[in-house]
Design a protein around this ligand. Structure first.
Ligand code: MN
Ligand code: MN
Length: 313
């Protein structure tokens, strides 16, 4: 059986070679799961509102990707539905045993088919052979999957992480199906997450400065300390020697944290080391950036007669 659905929005045809209720269950992870398409769509949709001013360009980006994620949700839902082909018809034919026998080519075939469907009992007794808004274990989708912090640099970093997770879930899913059509669909969806990753990264880089996230600068006394919390092991790497990645401060490796805490009266009496930043400069930077960011928003947001959209002539 070959099914064909056409998504004009993304110009992508999707197909399945044959029903596979067991893989349909796994694929639910990307329908109503924590890293799935609904989560992505709702996350970017929600984040878009707070950044419309002063970043209308990022509002446009977030809304575009959000709507694309909805089209992915449609693709995943349609694929699940096609993989469940037969389950719904079987259930509806409960009053006519002979017809089921005909459809399923005998009792043994029917039993093995229902056994596969029962791999996710909800397909059999709740949704009547369609997708459910749950993850692969039947946990209901929740808004708790969505993160929106109202600071665009924080949100964009969340999105880069979300795209990474969505990508790896598709990659894992690909190893659980032999259906070349389903593999093709999964590869398409996986690839789009790779594209989104880079789009969010570019958007983040276009906001300067973007580190640290938010407005307030970090305390120079503590920002470049590495605490060695393991006894008798000192492992060095780029994360605790040389310069830090963003602030370019020299990492201070604290081999004996307890000693340092005792000597510094609980870290209250220590001077910044390995950094040129001073407390005075930090306060100046805090004030300057707070003013800049708040004025960007105020200037872009009228206080009277606020209208969301503008229309051309
Ligand atoms: Mn997606
Ligand atoms: Mn994506």
């Amino acid at each position: 059986m070959a099914c064909l659905v056409k998504f004009k929005s993304v110009g992508k045809d999707i197909r399945v070679s044959k029903p596979d209720p067991r893989f349909a269950r796994l694929l639910l992870e990307q329908f109503g799961g924590a890293n799935g398409e609904l989560k992505a769509a709702m996350q970017y949709f929600t984040q878009a509102f707070s950044c419309k001013q002063p970043y209308p360009d990022k509002y446009d980006l977030l809304m575009d990707i959000s709507i694309e994620e909805f089209s992915h949700l449609e693709i995943v839902g349609a694929t699940i539905q096609m993989l469940l082909s037969g389950v719904s018809g079987d259930l509806k034919a409960s009053a006519d045993e002979s017809e089921i026998m005909q459809t399923m080519n005998g009792k043994a075939a029917k039993e093995s088919f229902m056994h596969e469907a029962m791999f996710n009992p909800q397909f059999a007794v709740l949704s009547g052979g369609g997708p459910t808004l749950t993850d692969s274990n039947g946990n209901p989708w929740t808004a708790a999957y969505v993160t929106a912090n109202g600071d665009l640099t924080v949100d964009l970093r969340s999105n880069i992480a979300a795209e990474s997770r969505a990508k790896i879930v598709y990659e894992y899913l690909m190893s659980f199906t032999d259906d070349p059509y389903v593999k093709e669909t999964l590869r398409f969806l996986m690839t789009r997450e790779v594209a989104h990753y880079q789009q969010f990264e570019a958007a983040l880089n276009s906001i300067q400065p973007n580190f640290p996230p938010g407005v307030l600068q970090s305390d120079p006394r503590y920002s470049n300390l590495y605490f060695n919390m393991s006894d008798g092991v000192e492992i060095k790497g780029a994360w605790n020697e040389g310069q830090s990645t963003q602030l370019r401060e020299e990492w201070q490796y604290v081999a004996e944290p307890l000693e340092k805490v005792k000597k510094s009266n609980g870290l209250t009496e220590c001077e910044p080391e390995g950094t040129e930043r001073t407390e005075k400069e930090v306060l100046q930077a805090d004030k300057a950036l707070a003013k800049e960011r708040s004025e960007e928003i105020k200037q872009a947001t009228p206080l009277k007669a606020i209208q969301w959209s503008t229309y051309g002539e």
